[in-house]
Design a protein around this ligand. Structure first.
Ligand code: NAD
Ligand code: TYD
Length: 378
């Protein structure tokens, strides 16, 4: 196939295009991918409040990494990036990701998670159609999604598996479910070689301190209250973010086109258990803290509207078919995470203060590339 207006057949490079790579999971994935020497990455990120190029400062000057600030809803930009970089895969992280924000303001979730995914799919479809058949063979569109599309579980119900019917309850979950369905439709209707992963709650370095675990760490260190929604008995199934990155690498390497893979580490914990463990770790690791015991800071607050009671993931398909295993238990992963936040207090300070936004406007402007250095060339 040829691109309209060209006579050249497109040949894929070894690079991949990542969207949302400056966010929590995306930046962990980029660092993992580059450390593993898997090839070059072009990272398209709008840099919303959740995107922070500082997460990737250690690879900023790497010949294998390029950053482009831009919106996945910008069809022209996405198309030009695909034509220019000729990636062998797209790994789609970019999203609005926080449930509480989706309750207060769902519009941005529909725009990025649904319209943005649609735009990306259309561009990917045109690009895929332009590839030589050997490159079409290895091209993948990996859609990174959530277990929240399956809705909520009763305490006795078996964990979510790949055939669990979709029943999203929050605006966030509904927007992600819609995006999953679009990906499925582009696979079945247009033959785009897509794979979907649905992962449980992640935690680890670079998570924005609005999500449960980093919020509890940040608040406890400052002696602020630790808001536990409702009775705190809601259950989440926690996965260390590095294990999610390795799962995605595995799926890209060996996953079957058209399949869905659930990703999880088998760590179901109630929110109260999580908060208690965070507090115990802080008591141990910050013995001089004047807020000890940190558990005294817990404050039960009004429950989240429509709050899902329990999530749990059955990851046996990914484990049995592709041989992936989580490396961290909840205990080892949480200890690593707390230590990371203790060592990176300035990161939390930056992303929650004006300093980060000031730094962003100095270094990045509008749609396009980094002001100071431009897009890196190899
Ligand atoms: P995040 O909010 O930390 O990061 C999202 C990133 O996307 C940010 O860098 C942001 O700047 C970027 N972005 C947002 N809108 C954009 C747009 N219109 N164009 C380009 N970039 C845009 O999210 P996360 O926690 O890293 O989640 C990444 C993906 O993984 C999401 O798709 C999410 O649904 C999924 N997921 C998250 C979890 C979790 O526990 N965090 C679990 C399962 C799946
Ligand atoms: P969160 O980290 O927002 O992830 P999600 O809603 O996608 O599961 O929340 C995890 C759980 O912690 C969820 O049950 C809501 C609860 N929670 C609190 O109890 N207090 C808080 O301040 C936050 C942010 C979450």
């Amino acid at each position: 196939m040829r691109l309209a207006g060209t006579t050249e057949e497109i040949t894929c490079s070894d690079s991949i295009l990542v969207t949302g790579g400056a966010g929590f999971i995306g930046s962990n994935f980029v660092l993992d991918w580059l450390a593993a020497g898997c090839g070059a990455i072009v990272n398209l990120d709008k840099l919303t409040y959740a995107g922070n190029p500082e997460n990737l400062a250690s690879v900023e000057n790497s010949a294998a990494y390029r950053f482009v600030q831009g919106d996945i809803c910008d069809a022209e930009l996405v198309t030009s990036l695909l034509q220019k970089h000729k990636p062998r895969a797209i790994v789609h992280f970019a999203a609005e990701s926080h449930v509480d924000r989706s309750i207060v303001g769902p519009e941005a979730f529909l725009r990025t998670n649904i319209d943005g995914t649609f735009t990306l799919l259309q561009a990917a479809r045109a690009y895929y159609g332009s590839l030589a058949s050997a490159d079409q063979e290895r091209f993948r569109f990996l859609h990174v999604s959530t277990d929240e599309v399956y809705g909520t579980l009763t305490p006795e119900a078996p964990a979510f598996h790949e055939e669990t019917p979709y029943a999203p309850n929050s605006p966030y979950a509904a927007s992600k479910a819609a995006s999953d369905h679009l990906v499925r439709a582009w696979l079945h209707t247009y033959g785009l070689p897509a794979i979907i992963t649905n992962c449980s709650n992640n935690y680890g370095p670079y998570q924005f301190p609005e999500k449960l675990i980093p919020l509890m760490i940040a608040n406890a260190l400052q002696g602020k209250s630790l808001p536990v929604y409702g009775d705190g008995q809601q259950v989440r199934d926690w996965l260390y973010v590095g294990d999610h990155a390795s799962a995605l690498r595995t799926v890209l390497e060996r996953g079957r086109v058209g399949e869905t893979y659930n990703v999880g580490g088998g760590n179901q914990r109630s929110n109260l258990e999580v908060v208690k463990t965070v507090c115990a770790l802080l008591d141990e690791l910050v013995p001089e803290s004047k807020f000890k015991p940190h558990l005294q800071l817990v404050k039960y607050v009004t429950d989240r509207p429509g709050h899902d009671r329990r999530y749990a993931i059955d990851a046996r398909k990914l484990e049995a078919e592709l041989g992936w295993r989580a490396q961290e238990s909840f205990e080892t992963g949480l200890r690593k995470t707390v230590v990371w936040y203790l060592r990176n207090a300035s990161w939390v300070e930056n992303v929650t203060s004006g300093a980060y936004h000031q730094w962003m406007t100095q270094n990045y402007s509008g749609r396009g590339e980094k002001v100071a250095a431009g897009e890196r060339t190899r």
